[in-house]
Every structure is written in C-alpha cells, then in structure tokens.
Write a protein that binds this ligand. Sequence first.
Ligand SMILES: Cc1ncc(C[n+]2csc(CCOP(=O)(O)OP(=O)(O)O)c2C)c(N)n1
Length: 633
Amino acid sequence: MDLNNITSPSFLKKLNKKELDTLANDIRSFLINKCSITGGHIGPNLGVVELTIALHRAFSTPKDKFIWDVGHQSYVHKILTGRASQFDSLRQYKGLSGFPKRNESEHDEWETGHSSTSLSAAMGMAVARDLKKDDSYVVPIIGDGALTGGMALEALNHIGHEKTRMIVILNDNEMSIAPNVGALHNILGRLRTAKEYSKAKEELESLMKKIPVLGGKMASTAERVKDSLKYLVVSGVFFEEMGFKYLGPIDGHDIDSLEKTLDYAKKAKGPVLVHVITKKGKGYKPAEEDTIGTWHGTGPYKMETGDFVKSKTKGPGWSSLVSESVRKLMETDERIVAITPAMPVGSKMEGIQRDFPHRFFDVGIAEQHAVTMAAGLATQGMKPYLAIYSTFLQRAYDQVLHDVARQNLNVFIGIDRAGLVGADGETHQGVYDIAFLRHIPNIVLMMPKDENEGQHMVKTAVEYNDGPIAMRYPRGNGYGVPLDEEMTTIPIGSWEVLREGQSASILTFGTTIPMVMEAAEELSEKGIHVQVVNARFIKPMDEGMLHEIMSSKMPILTVEEAVLQGGFGSAVLEFASDNNYYNSIERIGIPDLFVEQGSVDLLLNEIDITKEEIIKRIEILVSTNDRLGTKTV
Ligand SMILES: Cc1ncc(C[n+]2csc(CCOP(=O)(O)OP(=O)(O)O)c2C)c(N)n1
C-alpha cells in the first residue's frame, strides 16, 4: 500500500488480518528505506510497528490520548496519522520532527524528547478528563528504559494511589538506549518468563467469579490464596502491589492478541498496565542483532548491508577523548569512579567499563540519582567523574546545587553535547547549562578550545580538590590537533590571549573560537586589529585580564554558543557594572527562543552566530567608539 495516501488512522479499523500484516511489512520497508537516508531512531520504531497499529485500532485519537514516552518511537504513529509524505525531511531544518510535535498533528497530544514524563502527563490528562466528565482513554506508552526514570516511578506511585483510570502500555524490549539495567529491569525479566503466573491467576480469578456469593470469610480466604499464589509463582508482582491491574506479558508483534488485551484493558475502572514484549530493530537484521544499542539512533546507512555512511572527521570524537583521558588517569588514581545515567555508549565509556568494571556505574535513566550518588562518593574521599549530556543535566539542577556545590564536594562533571546538537532539536540543545550553573557558588565551569586543551582540562579537573568542577564539550569531533604526550593542569580561572589587537577585544570559548579567529583575520585586512581571548574558564573568569581589557577602554564583544540570558556575556556585563567600567560591550549568542532542529551550521546561521555577524558588530562597535570616545567614570 502507498503509505503516502494515509490521511487518518480510522482506515485501520476496516482492515483484515492479512491486510494488517501487509501494512506492517510496508511500514517496515518504508522506515528502513527512509532512515537509511536521513538517519533516525530506526531500532525503537521497528519494534513498535504492530503495537502502534493495534493501538490505533483499539483507540480513536485525537479523542483518546496517546502519550509517547521519550517520543523517539513515534514514527509509525506519524505514518498512520498522515505524515508519511514528510519523511524525506525527517529531523532536518523545518522538516518532520523525530519526536511528537503538537503543531504537526492533532494526534500528537504531548511533546517529549527527555524520558520518563509520560505517566505524569497522563495523570494530568486523566484527572482533567474525569473533572470534565469525559469518557476518553488516556494511554501512555513507556519503554522499560524510561520506566526506570525517577519521574516515572513517582507517577506510578501517585496513579496507583489515586486509582486513576488509564491504560499504561509498557513496551519492554529489554533495552534502554544501551542494554537496560537495574532491579526493576530484573523484575520485568521475571515477569517476562512467568507465563504460569498469568495463567494461574486467570484460572483462579474465573474460579472465584463462579462462586455465586463470596461472603465474609470465604472472600478473604480466596483473596489470600490469590495473594500467596503471586509470591509462590513469581516474587514481587510489582505493578499489582503498586495498585495497577497487570495484563501480560503479551507478544508485541501479534496484532490479534494485542487487540484482545487492549479491549479487555478498556473495561477496567482503574489503572491498568499492559506488559508488551517487543524486539527492538524487528525485521531488519543488522538492527535486530544489535546487542549494545548501536541501532537505537543512527546516521545514514547503506540499506543492503547496514554499514554506516561515515562522515569525514579530522579529530577524535569529543566523548571518546574525554572518556579516554579519564580512563588513563584511572590507571594511577584509584579515587576516580565513573558514572553514567544510561549513556555508556553515547558518552563512549566502554573503555572505562572494560578496564575498571568495579569503578564504573551505569545507573539507568537517573540523572538526579547519578549526581547525588557522585556527591556521596565525594564525601568519602573518592573522585567521582560523571559524564552527562548538557540537556539531561537540566534534570539534576537541584542535586548539583543542593548536594554537590553547597557541600563543596569534589565532583567532576563532564558536560557532554554542550552547545547546539542538531537533528534532535529543541528538546536536546545543550545551551542552558552555563545559565543554570553559573550562579551556583563554588562551582568551576570550563570549556576547552580544542582536544589538546580538553585532555589537560580533564587532568585539571581530576587534580582539583577544592570543590565541584565541570567541563563542557561539544557533540561531534575535535579538529585533529596534535595531543601532548603528558596531560598537565591549567591554572583555574586563567584565560589565554589567542591574538593581540588594540581596536577591540573579543571574548569567546569552545566551538566559536575558529569563527572568531577567522573574523579577526578578515578584520585585520580592513585595518581593524582585534584581540581574541580564549575565555576557557566561564567561572571563575580571569578577573586580572578583564581589568586589563576594560581599563584599556577597548570595546568588547562576547561570543558564545549558548543562551544569552544568564550566559557568559552576562557575566562580563556584570563584571563591568560591578567594577564601574563603561566600555561598550555587545554580546552574540542564542536569543530568547527554543532553537529548532537542523544542521548546526544552518542553525548558527539562523540565529546570527556567524563570522559575518562578528565582523559587522565589531565594525559598528569600533566606529561608534572612535566617534564618541569612551565614556569614563
Ligand atoms: C532524561 C533523559 N535521559 C536520557 C535520555 C536519552 N535516552 C533516549 S532514549 C533512551 C532509552 C529509552 O529506553 P526505552 O524507554 O526502553 O525505549 P526503547 O528505545 O528501548 O524503545 C535514553 C536513555 C533521554 N531521552 N532523557
């Protein structure tokens, strides 16, 4: 069938079994083909083809509400709700989002990107529904990985207590972004294999229904039998104890049994959890055989072989460089303990995991726990290294503030994917961390200009024993600069002049340095000689150098790939104001908006973080300064 002709999911209800199987095959081929060109979350989506079809047959969106947790597995839903024709633009600038988007379709009730929000959102929607005396269904769809997130567990606790009517679909493929971890994962493992429990429970329940009047003693005896049966057959029937009716485990690739179970679930008065077993990557051999998470989300690949199309890179990946530097230091420093909240593959920590299995912890999707666990380690004289994406560190703001910084503990935070990240879009841009960390007392925040300075910063962070220290590094690869044999430390709070000049000073750090250097070169050809400073410590700033620059009365331009409000430029303005300097100061950075998806270069262009803008601003600054002269105190 031509999937481009689908306009609404209502057509599904008219299809017979054979037609449904054909549709599932067509959707798989379509996804494998389209994602081979655009890249995307192919593995998770291949796993939910039948589940999504069954859901759209059992329910009627938009009246009924689907809430996709994380949202990376919503491609099939997008196809069935009339968006197949947009897949050529998947994850590209102004194109189809890789996550649910409310402005894309009335069938997208909830936007995500970060994990474990679905159950709380569903609770809100279900309460609203009940208050409005509506009869719709609220259906959160959550993976076994996302279920380990603290928020999901907080919501389960509340929903089970309130007995709110909703149908939770647990999409259990035994994988998070990498293999799933944790005690909850083990509970699911036992449930997956405990078919006998489900069968025995059903038999007992139907037996109990056959007894005409279950009065007093007899009823409670029967309940007790049922209870003890649970423990006899499978220890810890977690969900029932939490107040949910547990249905499953169901084969998530069998549309018929999925539908029967969903129809049964619809009759329940309170919360139901349908445990669905799926296979990530189903139907595409390379993805199906993946055991480490390579096919969770990919760039373009050759469809026939599954070989990834390699883009040309000069230097090592930033995550590899940082993890490898930490791994080397772990050889001689036994205090170092490495932690990742579910991202061992993304943060390239396999080497650490292999060489130091007892000093490596994948804690699951649990950023808050990861940070406070690191704080606990630090109280005992250990040196925790926590690799965490900038965007996900947002989850652990209070833990950084209250547990780490307030107690001034020696925690080293590697802020991975700092800056714009590209195709994942608004939910994943790592552009807020400076603004939400800079005002926290005690913390040191730095970003290297290249991978050599990066390895020295890792050493600096490990040697630093005066409190928390965080190092930002971008997504992607370094420039291929030579790496010094020995890692050395950099004086905390020291900046570096990269280019001398008297007309103006440009203060910048990290990824924007090359564009600033190019702008400086072009400006010098026009007779404007700017100083360029590698402001590698965002906190503390190099106050000595700032006094020097500001007292020279040069105009100043700050450039950062991060939000302007509360950012590095703001810190420079605060410094000027606090010290009564009146230099002209302008800032380039991310304005007050959420930056959408697209290639990083294109996005930088869109928000005017460009060489051309730097040249333009400096020319205006310098000419105004010359005309007016610098105001003095
Ligand atoms: C707060 C947060 N931390 C980390 C991530 C990165 N992440 C994206 S998907 C994913 C795994 C989700 O696993 P699961 O819910 O089981 O879905 P599956 O991909 O297996 O279908 C992780 C850790 C995220 N999106 N949000």
